[in-house]
Design a protein around this ligand. Structure first.
Ligand code: HEM
Length: 227
């Protein structure tokens, strides 16, 4: 288990003094974050309960292995000597090529375009299409492909998985031109970007609540004075 920090849009519940800020527990950025401390602009009546939208930040425990679409991240000691850096948020280059007409996947850090190999594959095209757009390292290894099959990988290589480093013995086999291949990211493992509507809500909802409260107070006083 490891402790990982996170932050994201949050809803905070807590105690506020007058109309101010509420501090309490909030829900953190999805999908992997759980609970964290939430701080948000809130509205309270006198010394009462306050609530509001804000930013939740805190720490969560999770398994040291994060698996997403068959690929493990954040493992410092990768079994084949490779290390993964945190992947780019924006690009999902390999994941975009997942059809029969455009079929890519990753095996041991190599980004492969196997579109032309589909019909030739002795194991059938279906298994390859199922792995399209993903990391197929485990599937490839489970089958126990021959050395000849492993050597074929380079024929279809179009790039290197972003952040992947080949270990020494591998790079002896693979000349330096490999490192010059285009780096690509395969998957987005988390996207902490706060959607526009959430940012909008974060700012305006507390304002709206506070405004409504003052309007209500103002109108009820005005009604009392009239009577
Ligand atoms: C570019 C990637 C791949 C290449 C070059 C390749 C190549 C081969 C070759 C040459 C064989 C014949 C047996 C051998 O020589 O080992 C084979 C068999 C097979 N491959 Fe692949 N393969 C690739 C990817 C995959 C993937 C990703 C899967 C699974 C998802 C897969 C599943 C199979 C299966 C099920 C067989 C049949 C094994 C058997 O009949 O015992 N292959 N492949």
């Amino acid at each position: 288990m490891v402790l990982a920090n996170f932050n994201g849009a949050g809803i905070g519940f807590g105690f506020g003094v007058g109309c101010g800020f509420g501090v309490g527990w909030g829900f953190g950025g999805m999908p992997v974050n759980i609970l964290g401390l939430g701080v948000g602009g809130g509205c309270g009546v006198g010394l009462g309960l306050g609530w509001g939208f804000g930013t939740a930040f805190g720490s969560k425990y999770r398994s040291s292995r994060v698996t997403f679409q068959g690929m493990e991240f954040d493992k410092k000691d990768h079994s084949d000597g490779a290390s993964f850096k945190e992947l780019s948020k924006s690009t999902q280059e390999v994941a975009q090529h997942k059809s029969k007409k455009d079929c890519w996947f990753v095996i041991n850090g190599r980004v492969l375009n196997v579109t032309k190999f589909l019909e030739e594959h002795p194991g059938g095209e279906e298994v390859l299409i199922e792995s399209a757009g993903k990391d197929a390292t485990k599937d490839f290894e489970v089958i126990g492909h021959s050395k000849a099959a492993q050597n074929l990988l380079r024929k279809y290589q179009v790039g290197v998985l972003q952040g992947y480093t080949f270990k020494d013995e591998d790079s002896k086999e693979v000349p330096s031109k490999e490192s010059k291949k285009k780096e690509m990211s395969a998957f987005v493992i988390k996207n902490d970007g706060i959607p526009k509507y959430a940012a909008f809500a974060e700012f305006f909802v507390p304002l709206l609540v506070a405004g409504s409260f003052f309007c209500y107070r103002y109108l009820s006083r005005a009604t009392q004075i009239t009577y």
